[in-house]
Design a protein around this ligand. Structure first.
Ligand SMILES: [Fe+2]
Length: 237
C-alpha cells in the first residue's frame, strides 16, 4: 500500500520528541542500561487548518469545538493508550491503520487509528469559502469521470447521504479514474487500494448540533460552501 497521499505539515501527525527528564540520563547510559526516565513517544493531533468559527454557519464553532476537541482528540488519546508499549508504539499513524486493518484482535487499535487519520483528512477536505469551481487540472479529471462537476457533487452527496449509520463519503482515485465511495464506521478506502482525495464525515457528531437529522442538508451545504478542491488536487499528486 502506497502512503504518499498524505501531504504537507498540516496532515502529518508528528511524534512528540522524547520527553527526557534531564537528571540521570547520562548516568543511566553510563551504567549501560536503558534510560528509565524516557517517556514513550506519543502521536499528537495537528492543529485545525482554520479557526473553530471559520466554517460558520455551515458548520458552527460549537460543532467544530466538540468534533475536534472531544471526538477527534478522544480517538487519539485512546490510540495512544492502546499502542503504548506495543509494536505499534513507534509507527507513523498511517502504517498503524494499514497494519491493523482486517485483524480481529486489533480492532480497537484499527478503529482509533483510522478515526484519527480520517478526521485529520476531513479537516483538510474543508476550507472557509470553499466549494465553487475546482482547479482546472482536477476539473478535467472530474469531467472525464463524472461528466461534470455538478454530476460529481450529486453522486458524492448521494452516496454519502446513503451511508447507513455512522461513516464517511469519499472522492477517491482508483485505476486512473475518480470514483465516489462510502465506508462504515472507521473504515477508510486507503486499505482497499483507493487513494483518498476528499472525505465527508457523516457520523452524527459531525452535523447533529447544527442540522439534527437533516444529513442531506449538511452534506449539500458542505459541498457547496466548504469543500476544498485544492486539497483533492494536491492528493492526486
Ligand atoms: Fe467525526
Amino acid at each position: 500500500m502506497k502512503t504518499e497521499h498524505m501531504h504537507g505539515e498540516a496532515i502529518s501527525l508528528k511524534r512528540r520528541d522524547f520527553l527526557i527528564a534531564s537528571a540521570g540520563l547520562a548516568a543511566t547510559f553510563a551504567l549501560g542500561g536503558l534510560p528509565r526516565n524516557v517517556k514513550a513517544a506519543a502521536l499528537t493531533l495537528p492543529a485545525l487548518p482554520f479557526a473553530e468559527n471559520a466554517l460558520d454557519p455551515v458548520i458552527s464553532a460549537n460543532t467544530l469545538g466538540f468534533h475536534y476537541g472531544k471526538h477527534h482528540m478522544g480517538y487519539l488519546n485512546n490510540l495512544n493508550k492502546l499502542i503504548a508499549g506495543t509494536e505499534f508504539a513507534e509507527m507513523p499513524l498511517e502504517k498503524i491503520v494499514v497494519a491493523t486493518t482486517g485483524k480481529p484482535d486489533k480492532v480497537a487499535i484499527f478503529n482509533n487509528a483510522a478515526q484519527t487519520w480520517n478526521h485529520t483528512f476531513y479537516w483538510n477536505s474543508l476550507k472557509p469559502k470553499g466549494g465553487g469551481e475546482p482547479p482546472a487540472a482536477l476539473k478535467q479529471m472530474i469531467e472525464a469521470s463524472f461528466g461534470s462537476v455538478e454530476a460529481c457533487k450529486k453522486e458524492l452527496a448521494a452516496i454519502t447521504v446513503s451511508q447507513f449509520g455512522s461513516g464517511w463519503g469519499w472522492l477517491v482515485l482508483e485505476g486512473g479514474k475518480l470514483k465516489v465511495v462510502k465506508t462504515g464506521n472507521a473504515d477508510t478506502p486507503m486499505t482497499a487500494g483507493q487513494k483518498p482525495l476528499l472525505t465527508i464525515d457523516v457520523w452524527e457528531h459531525a452535523y447533529y448540533l447544527d442540522y439534527q437529522n437533516r444529513r442531506a442538508d449538511y452534506v449539500n451545504a458542505l459541498l457547496d460552501k466548504l469543500i476544498n478542491w485544492d486539497f483533492a488536487l494536491k492528493n492526486l499528486g
